[in-house]
Design a protein around this ligand. Structure first.
Ligand code: 5GP
Length: 144
């Protein structure tokens, strides 16, 4: 997928927004949604998206939507920090397949990093255990 593709309304995150696909939600407003990544690179890896901006990447999104989205990243990132007590928090965002993007709806990764624990690979491997994902999500929600 190039940097100049057309938004596909049937991408997986659009389906999550419409409730056609399940997700473990952390935080939601009329504008934004944060939910657990099902192929987490670490315990607590989650994603933040805008719900109405049909942007594939950072360069497609209008400033107002981006402002709402990055504010959600900050809020949920702080809850990850406080709820899970990692040693660091990586915020990541990929634009275009060559840069690592695999889902073509703009999103930010919030990835807690723990000393001595290597991060898993990006967007791969086996899905997280659903019960563990929910337990981790609850710790994050309680810190929101
Ligand atoms: P990207 O590679 O586009 O930067 O990130 C896409 C992210 O979405 C990856 O970290 C991947 O694990 C995650 N992902 C892919 N499919 C699903 C899904 O169906 N549900 C959730 N919650 N995350 C997904």
């Amino acid at each position: 997928m190039t940097l100049h593709a057309t938004y596909d309304a049937d991408n997986i995150f659009a389906k999550i927004i419409r409730g056609e696909m399940p997700s473990v939600k952390l935080y939601e407003t009329d504008a934004v949604l944060a939910f657990m990544d099902v192929f987490p690179q670490s315990e607590g890896h989650c994603l933040a998206i805008h719900k109405t901006a049909t942007a594939i990447n950072l360069f497609d999104v209008d400033g107002e939507s981006l402002a709402a989205l990055i504010a959600a990243v900050q809020k949920v990132g702080a809850a990850v920090r406080d709820g899970l007590k990692p040693d660091g928090v990586r915020i990541a965002q990929f634009n275009g397949a060559p840069a690592g993007q695999t889902v073509y709806h703009l999103h930010f990764h919030i990835i807690p990093v723990y000393d001595g624990r290597a991060l898993g690979g990006h967007a791969g491997g086996s899905p997280a255990d659903a019960a563990l994902l929910e337990k981790t999500a609850e710790k994050i929600r309680s810190a929101l």
